[in-house]
Design a protein. Structure first.
Length: 285
């Protein structure tokens, strides 16, 4: 009888014809957000997270652009996206099924300090955002499935803890950020202005005046620097702020207006385009 590897077994699992998502927060890992989903047509708009985005595809393929680089990934590949890295995602020919976790920087530091027994100096990060590691991909699917399923507490905790420790040991690094002494550039002034005024209805003329650039130059320079347009950046900032309010129990309609969206439908559309779930499902998770 022919035997198959764990990677082949995962890849052979058929995709269902309908889109499905499950989103939850795991209190054992500092409220880490977790997602398991099947997407056939759903396309993620360019966005970023305040946390790391770590995941792997179980079946099918996804086409994504991360920091301006376009790649297609499938079973055996890992996503290791640092906080604030702009990325999107589109289904391959037949869609894909994948699992994701969104650990905070504090959580990853806690894991690393626990493993090494000493203080972690610097900020953890991954230098390669997409890479192939079938062994760790299988370990991730098992650990994620244990969190999602009915595994015992010790089994689930140990699986995810061990995965995160091994992942960083194999692919992680630490960066020491120098003290910034330079004055912000034109596009950085524009970005900072968007962050400070995300709930307002800003216009391009106002933003270009802040940057000291023409409107056309601002759009080109902003996209070249941040891999996203000013409007897309503003929308993503609003969604990220909305996530924080929803975690606190705010209603979707109050969150929508507080964060500068025209109405709840407009908010829901942009929220799902960047998270894969509705505001209601995110709030309930």
């Amino acid at each position: 009888m022919q035997t198959i590897s764990q990677e082949q077994a995962i890849e052979a699992m058929p995709l269902k014809g309908t889109e499905q998502t499950r989103f939850w927060r795991d209190a054992r890992f500092k409220g880490m957000e977790c997602l398991s989903a099947t997407f056939i047509t759903h396309e993620f708009a360019p966005h970023a997270h305040d946390t790391f985005s770590i995941g792997a595809i179980e079946a099918g393929s996804q086409i994504s652009t991360i920091k301006g680089e376009r790649s297609q990934t499938g079973p055996g590949d890992l996503y290791l996206i640092n906080p604030d890295e702009i990325h999107d995602g589109h289904p391959g020919l037949d869609g894909y099924r994948y699992r994701m976790i969104y650990p905070s920087v504090d959580l990853l530091v806690d894991v690393l300090e626990d493993v090494t027994g000493r203080a972690f100096r610097g900020t953890p990060c991954f230098s390669r955002l997409l890479l192939r590691d079938p062994e760790l991909a299988v370990a991730f699917h098992r650990a994620h499935g244990a969190l999602e399923g009915k595994a015992g507490a010790l089994e689930a905790d140990e699986g995810m803890f061990s995965f995160l420790a091994k992942l960083f040991q194999r692919h992680g690094t630490a960066i020491i950020l120098p003290v910034e002494t330079r004055a912000p550039s034109a596009v950085h002034r524009a970005r900072d202005y968007l962050i400070a005024n995300y709930s307002r209805d800003l216009g391009l003329d106002e933003l270009a005046e802040v940057a000291g650039l023409s409107r056309a130059h601002l759009i080109r320079a902003f996209r070249r620097e941040f891999h996203i347009t000013p409007h897309a950046f503003l929308t993503d900032k609003r969604v990220r702020e909305a996530k924080a309010l929803l975690r606190q129990g705010w209603s979707a309609i109050d969150t929508a207006y507080h964060c500068g969206f025209a109405d709840q439908a407009h908010f829901s559309r942009h929220f799902k385009a960047r998270t894969g779930v509705t505001p209601g499902a995110f709030r309930a998770g």
